[in-house]
Structures are given as C-alpha cells and as structure tokens.
Write a new protein. Structure first.
Length: 369
C-alpha cells in the first residue's frame, strides 16, 4: 500500500502539541475525531519495545470530550450506555459501550463523572456529540452539551509512575486505576486519571489550560531523561497483544456488545433505562452467531487495510480479520477477528490470503498476553 501525505485544512484540526511532536520526529498520522493523531515515530516495533520498558508521552488530544451537564445529565448519559451507572461515584472513570436502539455500537468511551450533574464522555473515533444532542432534544432533557477545550496527553509505560511522582508527589502514585483527581502545575490544576490505551500502566492528563499544559509537556521531557522518556503514540503491536479493541477497526455500528465480549458492561436485569435494552434482551435469549477472538497466523508480514476473509479447509468464509500486526513476542502475525459460530473455538484452523500466499493459523482467546 502506498503512503500519501495528509492535506491539512480547517476541517482537520491539529493539537496544541502538534508543533512539538513534529520537531520530535513524528513520521505518520492517522485521523481521529477530525483531528491529527500521531501514529508512528519511526519504527513501530522499536517504539513497542521502548513502551514496555520505559516511559512515553503521547499526544492524544484527538481523544475528544463531550461535556454533558445539567439536572438531567445523569439520565442522558445512562440512556446512551448499556452499563448501569446508577451507583457511579465522583472521581471515577467508567468504560461504557454506547449503543443505538438496535443495540449497534456507536462508541466505546471512558465516561468520567466529575459530579452528579457534570460528565465527560471521552471518545473513541465517532461523532457522539450529535447522537447525544439528538437524544437530549427528543427527550426534552434539561442539559448542556458541548465539546470543551480539553487536550489529553498520556504518560504511558512502566516508568510513568516514577516520572509522575517526581512532578506531582506521592499523591499521584496512590491514585487507583480508573480514578482521577486534580493536581497542580504552573499555577493551574489539571485533571489526571490513572488510565490510558496501553496495558503498560500510566496516566492521562486532561489539559484545560494550554499554556501551563505545554509547559508541563516540556517539563516532563526535561526531567524524564533519567527514565529514558521518548515521544510515542498508541502502539498497534502492544494494543493487539493486550486485546485492547479499537472502535472503527475491530468493531463498529454493525456489531453489538455481546459479539465484542462486553458482557460485564451489559446490565439488562434491572430497572435502568437505556436505548437498545429490549434488543439486548432478545440477543441474549437467542444467542450470538459470531464474536471477536484472537488469531495467530504463520507468517511474519501483513499490511491490513479494511478486513481480510478467513476461510476453512473447504474455502468457506468463517470470519474476518479486522486488525493485525507482526508480534515480536510470538514471532508471527497476530490479529483480532470476528468469527462465525462455531468457528470461534480455540485451536480452530484458519487460512488467509496474505501477500499472494495462503497462510495457515489458529483461533485463540483474547488477550494474547
């Protein structure tokens, strides 16, 4: 597949960190929420090894927020997700599949409860703000919905804890996973969550004050030298090995939460009201006919655009490969696939046409590691 330049325009937003990461050597972008999201700083495999040993700072400002506030805000947020938020608490993050009336996935954001009447919906790649506004208008909810000026930087990797402690003290090390609090830097308070799109540990800083946020970005690189800090971005290899799903790649509006193994985030056996609840009850009763699983393929190269058919020995299509990469850990290509029933069982043999050759492989459970 050829590489092409991105033509920048008003429709394609940069981030407060764009000028810095371009000086730091970003080599590829993708588009996420109409915004530039760094996709590589040189070799993805080199960055993968570095992420698992040290610490990286990511420009993930493309992870936009939808702020929902007002006396009916909790009702609206609950209406959007199949996860029961009735017992949610201030200062906590919640992974929340958002679905439509047919139980099709619209997004899989992290929802932050700032207080009972103020929420941030931290988005994967889709226009959830329009969906939220439509529901609010249709239900005549008393809410305010907008995109706040919040630009996230993520601090990821095993050395992230030492780096952040050096800046913010002991308090930040004691922050629980998916918890958040406010920490001061440069005279401004920043919301920092113990979260991130990797399984190597770390934080996400929700920067609302660009001037002090940029000073913090520079400061982290300066004092992080002893921890071998480098610029980075969400890493395809680490993501797939960890079984972290990507909306728009591994799943989309044609898939439902059960097919994506989100069972623990589905609450249909109580009085909580949300869109698509009756459809989910029907799906649970009837069962699913496909689901996401892992696949290992006996080849060492793949470049996946779109999806790739997976076939059995009789050339019947039994699934589709949706994300894939070469894994240095397994010394072969691994990927995330939507497999038909009953072919999702572990050790199911599969075949795929890759680089003009038939490659064989097997189905396995997620995550890989």
């Amino acid at each position: 597949m050829k590489s092409f330049s991105i033509a920048k325009s008003r429709r394609l937003r940069g981030t407060p960190y764009t000028s810095r990461i371009e000086k730091q050597g970003v080599t590829a972008y993708t588009i996420y929420n109409h915004m530039l999201l760094p996709a590589a700083f040189g070799s993805i495999e080199d960055s993968y090894h570095h992420l698992k040993q040290y610490v990286q700072i990511w420009d993930v400002a493309a992870e936009r927020q939808v702020e929902i506030s007002g006396k009916d805000s909790a009702k609206l947020v609950q209406l959007m997700t199949c996860r029961d938020l009735s017992k949610s608490k201030d200062g906590r993050c919640y992974y929340c599949p958002i679905i439509d009336d047919n139980a099709g996935l619209i997004n899989d954001p992290v929802v932050l409860r700032l207080n009972e009447n103020k929420w941030w919906v931290s988005l994967a790649d889709s226009d959830v703000i329009l969906f939220a506004k439509g529901l609010a208008i249709g239900n005549k909810f008393d809410v305010k919905i907008f995109e706040p000026d919040v630009d996230i930087m993520a601090i990821q990797g095993p050395k992230s804890f030492e780096l952040m402690e050096k800046v913010f003290g002991d308090k930040i090390v004691n922050l629980k996973f998916f918890g958040f609090d406010y920490f001061e830097f440069g005279g401004d308070k920043h919301l920092i969550a113990r979260s991130g799109w990797s399984k190597q540990g770390g934080y996400e800083i929700y920067v609302e004050h660009n001037d002090s946020g940029l000073k913090l970005y520079d400061h982290l690189f300066e004092i992080g030298k002893e921890f071998n800090v480098k610029p980075g971005c969400p890493n395809l290899i680490e993501r797939i090995e960890s079984g972290l799903l990507s909306y728009g790649n591994d799943m989309d509006n044609g898939d439902n939460p059960y097919e994506c193994n989100f069972d623990k985030y589905i609450n249909i056996d109580n009085d909580v009201k949300f869109l698509g609840k009756e459809k989910l009850k029907k799906i649970k009763t009837e069962g699913i006919n496909r689901k996401l699983v892992g696949v290992k393929l006996n080849t060492d190269k793949i470049s996946l655009t779109g999806s790739l058919d997976l076939i059995d020995q009789d050339k019947n299509i039994i699934g589709e490969l949706r994300s894939a990469c070469y894994s240095p850990h397994f010394k072969k290509v691994i990927g995330i696939a939507m497999m038909k029933k009953p072919y999702w069982n572990g050790d199911q043999d599969v075949k795929a046409m890759i680089n003009g050759e038939i490659c064989v492989g097997k189905v396995c459970d997620l995550p890989f590691i």
